[in-house]
Design a protein around this ligand. Structure first.
Ligand code: OAD
Length: 239
């Protein structure tokens, strides 16, 4: 049985990497990007238009209103058993790396440390002038746009928007971890967006055992990957 095979590989693994996407937060009530759930369109505008560098330049207030809507939704969401299992794994293996595409901060809320955030975090802002990063844990915000504690210029969300580059070094660190992984988990991501799609392939080429956890497996990780079809919040605690 696939689950037993996964357990056996995990039992002897020294370096484990977990890549997560929106699906790991689905059971917490956070809408996924491609699975419907109402997050794709807001005030008649598609998320791709709202979450774009062009919109930051043309209407930063609107971008913040949209982010405040999402921050408000996520503020009432708690980590689920998948986040909790992943947080426990960080002390179970000599080497453990968590890479996430999520911006909701739920991994950290569950106790994960040193999370490699490929797409930034909703609970931070970044100065449009001096680039300083500021924590913005409160929602609703006192003012829109929030201002930089250092230079008082407007902050933008510290999130990778459509058409923007990843934070410097983030992919490189994730790829290094993937190269060394014994077991590489792909959890709750359709893995269609670069670079998520590359990471399991890098791991597989270097001989890692790749496991996908998804109710609708996407085939991430190539032909030799094992697919566990089911919900992350049910399967990860079982592993
Ligand atoms: P998607 O919405 O594309 O994919 C979510 C995946 O989670 C799908 O494959 C679902 O089948 C799966 N899923 C749903 N419920 C699940 C559950 N309970 N357990 C496990 N899996 C479940 O989200 P991402 O792959 O994260 O980028 O999307 C990647 C990136 O696309 C996002 O980070 C975002 C977007 O463009 C930016 O915002 C820059």
């Amino acid at each position: 049985m696939e689950l037993d095979r996964v357990r056996a590989e995990v039992a002897k693994a020294e370096r484990v990497v977990v890549l997560t996407g929106a699906g790991v937060s689905a059971e917490s009530g956070v809408p996924t990007f491609r699975g419907g759930g109402g997050a794709a369109v807001w005030r008649g505008l598609p998320a791709t238009t709202l979450s774009s560098a062009e919109m930051v330049a043309s209407d930063l207030n609107l971008v913040w209103e949209w982010f405040e809507y999402r921050r408000g939704l996520i503020a009432s969401c708690a980590p689920n058993p998948a986040h909790e299992a992943i947080a426990r794994w960080q002390t179970r293996f000599p080497g453990f790396t968590l890479v996430t595409q999520n911006v909701d901060g739920l991994h950290q809320k569950a106790g994960s440390r040193d999370v490699l955030e490929l797409h930034g975090n909703l609970w931070r802002g970044r100065c449009t002038r001096c680039r300083m990063v500021a924590e913005l844990p409160e929602t609703p915000l006192g003012e829109i746009p929030p201002t930089c504690p250092a230079c008082a210029s407007a902050l933008r969300p510290d999130v990778v928007l459509f058409g923007e580059m990843l934070p410097p070094g983030a992919f490189e660190r994730a790829a290094q971890a993937a190269e060394r992984a014994d077991v590489f988990f792909v959890v709750g991501t359709s893995a269609v967006v670069w670079p998520a799609a590359d990471l399991p392939e890098i791991a597989a080429r270097r001989g890692a055992f790749v496991v996908e956890v998804n109710p609708e497996p996407s085939g991430a990780g190539g032909a030799r990957a094992v697919a566990l079809a089911g919900k992350a919040g049910e399967l990860l605690p079982e592993i």
